[in-house]
Design a protein around this ligand. Structure first.
Ligand code: A2P
Length: 295
């Protein structure tokens, strides 16, 4: 009932992962333990989420063998630079309680200091060559960031993790990734980020979208399950986040139905071209205020 994707270096990863972005640290261990017991075998975290320690705790509490879990984390921008990024690997693995990572990403490009972004990526290449990470990649890279990186480095990223849900489908990013053999990984895969728009009454919710709901009804599934299925059938990795056990289970129950081509197209057509998250071309000064603790 599970399925896997093969990265450009032959490493396989589960098609559906579990996300912990904005999981409060105190709830993360329980959520990860629940997810692993539910059947998820892929956890996506980041140094900047400040919950790597709790991810490691959830992994150990679950009793699931570490070797059976695909663990992915990200280097934060204040750790960019060659030596800094090598050190960031040490910090993350120490907190997670593992000696090897399955996937390590640069959290975002820093276009204003692209040299440091490149140096950080060169450190990932070294960790990869040494076998300390099984695959390396990037996150929030737009096509021009990706080509600029490819011009100056040797290992093609295995993954580019970007905001991707029915209201923001980024066809240009998906196309550039595919052309270079980079797997597209969707963050905010059910459009959780669009909930932020709703707070001031101006946003829309993918979960409440009439088109999504109609497709869900036709299959006897939920809107979240329909959106996750849409990612899987289009070959993307998705990493839904939830700290609620019922929703953790709901989001994993997506291997027993299939959407038709017309339904996939109807979901594609919901794209607004408007992102919910930050613009990767502009790095907010706030981002440089977060220093990742040693432990
Ligand atoms: P919660 O943790 O309380 O379940 P995304 O990963 O697309 O950003 O979405 C995450 C958001 O969506 C979180 O606020 C999460 O809240 C909520 N969520 C996760 N799964 C579901 C679901 N199946 N149905 C409705 N809301 C969900």
């Amino acid at each position: 009932h599970d399925s896997t994707l093969t990265l450009n270096n032959g490493v396989t990863m589960p098609a559906l992962g579990f996300g912990v972005f904005q999981s409060p640290a105190e709830e993360t261990a329980a959520a990860v333990e629940t997810a692993l017991r539910t059947g998820y075998r892929h956890i996506d975290t980041a140094a900047a989420y400040l919950n790597e320690r709790q991810v490691g705790e959830g992994l150990r509490r679950s009793g699931v063998d570490r070797a059976d879990v695909f663990i992915e984390t990200k280097v934060w921008v204040t750790d960019y630079g060659y030596d800094e990024t090598l050190h960031a690997f040490e910090k993350s693995t120490r907190k997670l309680g593992v000696d090897r990572l399955d996937l390590l990403l640069l959290h975002q490009p820093v276009p204003e200091r692209f040299d440091r972004t490149v140096d950080a990526y060169r450190a990932l290449e070294r960790l990869y060559a040494e076998g300390r990470v099984r695959a390396i990649g990037v996150s929030n890279f737009m096509p021009h960031h990706l080509s600029a990186l490819l011009e100056r480095t040797g290992v093609v990223p295995a993954v580019n993790q970007v905001e991707l849900h029915p209201y923001f489908t980024q066809p240009d990013v998906q196309k550039a990734n595919a052309e270079h053999g980079v797997l597209t990984q969707a963050w905010s895969p059910i459009g959780g980020i669009t909930f932020y728009w709703d707070k001031d009454g101006t946003g829309r919710s993918t979960l409440a979208d009439p088109a999504v709901q109609a497709i869900a009804q036709a299959h006897g599934k939920t809107p979240a399950q329909v959106m996750l299925r849409w990612h899987l059938q289009q070959g993307r990795n998705a990493i839904p986040k939830s700290t609620n056990p019922a929703r953790i289970a709901e989001n994993f129950a997506v291997f027993d139905f299939e959407l038709g081509a017309d339904e996939l197209a109807a979901l594609d057509a919901l794209d607004t071209g408007v992102r919910g998250g930050p613009d990767p071309n502009v790095t907010s000064p706030e981002r440089f205020k977060l220093v990742i603790p040693e432990d």
